[in-house]
Write a protein that binds this ligand. Structure first.
Ligand code: V47
Ligand code: SF4
Length: 372
């Protein structure tokens, strides 16, 4: 087994690429310098071989999906991240804020449907506090005891918990007691003070994001992690970001999945910089898969990547395509993604099978619901 990866690589691969492939095949961790080398020098073919090897080792030939829908309680936000096409100020055209009754009505649309997860994220509303959101969670929980509630980015959590005067631990425990099951990965952007200053200067820091997730893991709330790439960051920034996540995962083992989020350019203050190529997307998936040896799942989030690139990502390390979504999120359509924002289960199965992988429906914690 240990030579397979080297045999697959062409003999024209550079000495350094072969050395990194040797580490991967022996189950050794690659260094930050190795990751940077791969970003700068490895060919797409070489990256596909190495990432696919790691994916296979962690997840065999399985590609996961789930049945989920989103709720976006409000797009009113105290922050103004430059990449965001979605947020509005109160009373601005296009702003929305749903009441708890409205939100419950959105959940009721799925009465009797076999969805297993609701994903709830939105803007950081200036007047909504932890008590509002706990009431919202409780209303959903009372209505559907069987559904997994994955809710609130670390940025939303930080704001609502600070507003309440609670400690981070107490705030998270309070939300958990009202129905919160896990935390999505948003708000991470890029863990670098200089870049954050330029992208989202008022928003919570790297330390805050990591602290919220560490505390969540400590109180038994698993979470996901993201990285917003393809804007003004360099490869060094990406490697630094990945290294902070790998380090925290070594400590807590609380991350279920890592989700690289491609910056999409429409209707925001960074539109002029454009978007990176598909080659760059695939390279980023592969390096992330190879480097993050301790986060088992790598998610190709199709509403952001588009269905075609999502399918290609399955050959560059991804083993999860998120869920059916049912046209319930606006973040990426507002930022210019054209694909229809829903996918039924037969389409997911077909996309996965076309990639020579085995489709598996999972729950939010990656327990198997059904093999197809
Ligand atoms: O934090 C906002 C990103 C995130 C743009 O945990 C943009 O399963 C690209 O985190 N172009 C929120 N990205 C969404 C998120 C997420 C999505 C899917 C699954 C999970 C999960 C989490 O969306 C924000 C920000 O990084 N974002 N605007 C944009 N123009
Ligand atoms: Fe607000 Fe989130 Fe948009 Fe930033 S990305 S402006 S925090 S909604």
């Amino acid at each position: 087994m240990s030579n397979d990866i080297l045999l697959l690589l062409s003999s024209s691969a550079s000495h350094k690429t072969q050395e990194i492939a040797g580490k991967i095949s022996e189950g050794q961790r690659i260094s930050n310098e190795d990751a940077l080398f791969l970003y700068n020098n490895a060919s797409l073919g070489e990256l596909a071989i190495m990432a696919d090897w790691v994916r296979q080792k962690l997840n065999s030939d399985v590609v996961y999906f789930n049945r989920n829908f989103h709720i976006e309680p409000t797009n009113i936000c105290v922050y103004q991240c430059k990449f965001c096409a979605y947020s509005r100020k109160a009373n601005e055209d296009g702003a929305w804020e749903y009441s708890i009754e409205d939100i419950l009505n959105q959940v009721k649309l799925y009465d009797g449907a076999p969805v297993t997860e609701v994903h709830i994220v939105g803007g950081v509303h200036p007047n909504r506090d932890i008590y509002f959101y706990a009431q919202m969670l409780q209303a959903i929980r009372n209505h559907r005891s069987d559904i997994h509630i994955k809710a609130f980015t670390a940025v939303e959590l930080n704001y609502m918990i600070q507003k309440s005067g609670m400690s981070i631990q107490d705030g998270l425990q309070y939300l958990k007691a009202h129905g919160l099951d896990s935390i999505p990965g948003g708000g991470a952007e890029i863990f670098d003070d200089e870049i954050r200053k330029q992208l989202c200067h008022e928003k919570s820091s790297t330390e805050m994001w990591l602290n919220i997730h560490e505390n969540a893991h400590l109180c038994g709330l698993p979470s996901n992690a993201t990285m917003l790439y393809g804007h003004i960051e360099t490869y060094e920034h990406r490697v630094n970001h990945l290294s902070k996540l790998r380090e925290l995962q070594d400590k807590t083992n609380g991350f279920n999945a890592f989700i690289p989020l491609k910056y999409r350019k429409s209707n925001n203050q960074l539109s002029h910089i454009g978007e990176v190529s598909i080659i760059e997307d695939l390279k980023n998936y592969a390096v992330s898969r190879i480097y993050m040896d301790n986060i088992r799942h790598l998610k190709a989030y199709w509403p952001m990547l588009g269905k075609e690139v999502m399918q290609l990502a399955l050959s560059f390390g991804a083993d999860d395509i998120d869920g059916t979504i049912d046209d319930t999120t606006k973040i990426y359509t507002m930022a210019g993604v054209k694909d229809k924002n829903k996918m039924d289960v037969p389409e997911m199965i077909s996309i996965i099978r076309q990639s020579s992988k085995k489709p598996v429906e999972r729950d939010s914690l990656y327990n198997i619901i059904k093999n197809y």
